[in-house]
Design a protein around this ligand. Structure first.
Ligand SMILES: NC(=O)c1ccc[n+]([C@@H]2O[C@H](COP(=O)([O-])OP(=O)(O)OC[C@H]3O[C@@H](n4cnc5c(N)ncnc54)[C@H](OP(=O)(O)O)[C@@H]3O)[C@@H](O)[C@H]2O)c1
Length: 265
């Protein structure tokens, strides 16, 4: 890989993202959708990628609502498909034209279960799918398509450092995403691309609310009351870290934790 000119110094505040374009893989819900709203509100173009076309359509309309009324049609685009599929990613990059930043929140907690209760086939299938597959596919696309000064931001969770039983397979994938972050940061630095990961604590999103006992406001408030700051995080609070990582040209290879202090508790 050839070495580009030094990465430019530019204002590191989120407002500097105005006029840039970000692809949000997993942008139709939760933290990714919140990032879309924040990015559009500071004047960035946004491309959302998600699998469910109806959810994606609703998300495009919500992100569009965060911009000015006279928005051009291509200010917010939706590309339906699997973020681990290179054809979907090629379509997203092609439709967007120039892309400056990519943020991957596609993922979940598939493959959970006690190690001896999972078949070798289950484990192989999970290891080859999910967030790690998506991270690799997106990284390959980003490495060839992002211009110097571009960034890639990935996602993990605090269970990587505070595991509990029955999570060996999904947590191995999340841990691998963190290692991938550092390896890619070194590999892509000569092209002046930056790679970081955000490690979330419990953030109030549709994913969190799919867990037992957390499907209502009361359930979320009651469980969150035991967290160090007395509640779970909001999707916008998690997504704000992504805007920081996109905007600050001197941060790469980092895993930034947004967990309301939960890792310390
Ligand atoms: N919320 C938390 O407390 C928490 C804690 C730790 C880590 N995390 C991690 O943070 C990330 C975001 O979580 P979230 O809470 O925002 O989840 P969410 O509300 O479920 O949103 C996930 C988004 O990703 C999309 N998605 C999932 N798999 C995809 C795929 N293969 N290709 C394209 N899009 C895909 C989903 O849409 P479709 O299903 O329609 O594709 C959805 O838009 C996840 O990786 C999650 O594991 C979250």
């Amino acid at each position: 890989m050839s070495t580009s000119a030094p990465i430019p110094v530019r204002p590191p505040l989120p407002s500097a993202l105005s006029g840039t374009t970000a692809v949000l893989v997993g942008g139709s819900s939760g933290i990714g959708l919140a990032a879309g709203v924040l990015l559009r509100s500071v004047g960035a173009r946004v491309v959302l990628v998600g699998r469910d076309p109806d959810r994606l359509k609703a998300a495009v309309s919500r992100v569009r609502g965060a911009g000015p009324a006279e928005d051009p049609d291509d200010a917010v685009l939706g590309v339906a498909g699997d973020g681990g599929d290179e054809r979907t990613l090629a379509e997203a990059f092609d439709r967007a034209g120039r892309i400056d930043h990519v943020y991957v929140t596609a993922g979940g907690i598939g493959g959970a279960g006690p190690l001896t209760g999972l078949s070798a086939d289950d484990i192989r299938t999970t290891l080859g799918s999910g967030p790690l597959r998506t991270a690799f596919a997106v990284a390959r696309a980003a490495a060839t398509r992002l211009p110097a000064g571009g960034s890639l931001t990935l996602s993990s969770g605090i269970l990587v450092v505070r595991p509990y039983p029955g999570m060996t397979v999904p947590l191995s994938l999340a841990g691998a995403v963190e290692t991938l972050t550092k390896a890619l940061a070194v590999e892509l630095a000569p092209a002046r691309l930056r790679v970081n990961t955000i490690r979330y604590g419990r953030i109030d999103t549709p994913l969190l609310r799919s867990l037992p006992g957390l499907d209502s406001d009361d359930g979320v408030a009651a469980a969150g009351a035991a967290a160090p700051l007395g509640r779970f995080g909001a999707a916008e609070e998690a997504a704000a870290a992504a805007l920081f990582l996109m905007a600050d040209n001197y941060v790469t290879g980092q895993v930034i934790t947004v967990d309301g202090g939960e890792t310390l508790a």
